[in-house]
Design a protein around this ligand. Sequence first.
Ligand SMILES: Cc1cc2nc3c(=O)[nH]c(=O)nc-3n(C[C@H](O)[C@H](O)[C@H](O)COP(=O)(O)OP(=O)(O)OC[C@H]3O[C@@H](n4cnc5c(N)ncnc54)[C@H](O)[C@@H]3O)c2cc1C
Length: 538
Amino acid sequence: MKYSEYSVVVIGSGAAGLYAALKTAQQIKLPEGVLLISKSSLGISNSRYAQGGIVGVVHQNPDDNIDLHIKDTLKAGAGLSNYKITEEISSASDAVINDLITNGVEFDRDENGNLTFTLEAAHSMRRILHSGGDATGKGITEGLIRAVKSNSAIHTLEKAMAVELLISSDKECKGVIIYNKQTEEHEIVYSSAVVIATGGTGQVYKYTTNPSGATGDGIALAYEAGAVIEDMEFIQFHPTALALSPDSQNRFLISEAVRGEGAKLINAKGEQFMSKYNDKLELAPRDVVTRAIFSEMAEEKSNNVYLDASLIGEEKILKRFPTITKKCMECGIDITKSPIPVAPAAHYTMGGIKAKVNGTTSIKGLYAIGEAACTELHGANRLASNSLLECVVCAYQLADYLSFTNLDTPKTIDEGIKKMIDVYSRSITGEEYDTTSLKSNLKNIMWENVGIIRTEDSLLKAQKEVEKQQKDFKRRRKCLNQREYEYRNMLTVASLIIKSALERKESRGAHCRSDYKQTNEIAKHSELSRDVQGVTIC
Ligand SMILES: Cc1cc2nc3c(=O)[nH]c(=O)nc-3n(C[C@H](O)[C@H](O)[C@H](O)COP(=O)(O)OP(=O)(O)OC[C@H]3O[C@@H](n4cnc5c(N)ncnc54)[C@H](O)[C@@H]3O)c2cc1C
């Protein structure tokens, strides 16, 4: 098998991966350089589609401060956001956002050249920076791609998928096996710093705002490698995804910022309903708005409610939300005049690979940042626009950490790794699985049974069905192609979500159980690891 060696390997080219590759290459003299691999084309990711913005507690906004941001984050996190982590990330935001600007990322400014800040749900003040009106993710990823491409220490490999981590007998990560879609070959990359920045798991659900690549690969790989995985039951369902028909499954997001600027939710009768559910109305935390919409839909037996953005005023809509206006217009909806059909959809994975802000995980040499990681910033419910901030702060701190770490490439390959590699050098037999229908079945199971409202019965039903699908799919290691690998990984993360959701016998943040409606007095995290049977609540 073809092999290569790099000082650092970054897997994933969203905001977290791009910035980690850039900062590592800028901050450290790396003898073997950085390899940035992505199963997509560079930058195609959840990050690319982020609309609303990124939290910036920055010196350019003197009315804001870290304490206020921490307070808002902890409140949304429903008892599981970690104070120290939140403080660490919030405190770093000024330096990191300004470093992004130095590296060519452009945020929207007023006519005097000052940065402009918008408001989003559950924020006590305007602190969200945005780019291109409602195309913040595009602005950030395109700026970072330009910087990455002009840095000669970074090698990029597109359309290449990480499929297994190389773990030595003494439990250190020494590299990764990749499937190169262009050559249809497997390759080995040796490195003593492997960074997972592969994003979230939205695709395990029928309705999602996430693009097709969000199949939880990094979390599945890390779990199989023995890493500790945390809080997987906390999946954020965004309240307002464009719901044109029950058949439209990959749903376009209608950003929270639209409600931040004054849009109102109405039901099929044309009545505003949020006052029945929360005194913060449309700006209540996401989980609250999602459940309110879900309840209205159930009551009316409808597939959606509506978001009336016309209240914002035509001029402001066109200036602030050009992407949303254009997308809705393409679907025949003029949002300056007509309400937008919306419904909840799986949006964000709060849990993931347990990691510190500098990316270190329970496995030496393995790092995790961005949505694939769980730093305990988001707790049980992520505060809007905190995820892009977490991506870039963790990438920045990771580069700093690696600058004090020995990054010599592994000199010897032990027996354990040789055995792993052997699996990939052998050819496999058998027809390709029909992953389209298998995935669709899995996504339905998850949406129906492990979605916005859960019960013991629904979770057990899902568990049984996912276990059956896992048993029927014979390829646990080497697969035929990317589709099969993604399906394999989706099964793994689905089973992790179900196990953790079964174990959490309470309702907290985004995890809502109709059979355990109470929130327990003491907030605890859940942890899973291959090496330990069952879920640990700690
Ligand atoms: C529609 C939408 C709007 C959003 N709006 C906002 C917002 O306004 N503000 C905010 O803070 N957050 C927002 N979010 C959330 C935020 O965008 C994500 O949490 C964040 O961008 C995740 O970044 P990431 O770099 O961790 O992962 P991603 O951006 O998802 O990048 C993952 C990368 O990993 C690659 N990859 C995956 N698996 C593999 C593999 N096995 N091998 C190789 N490569 C792999 C993918 O191709 C991709 O390049 C939004 C999310 C969505 C979906």
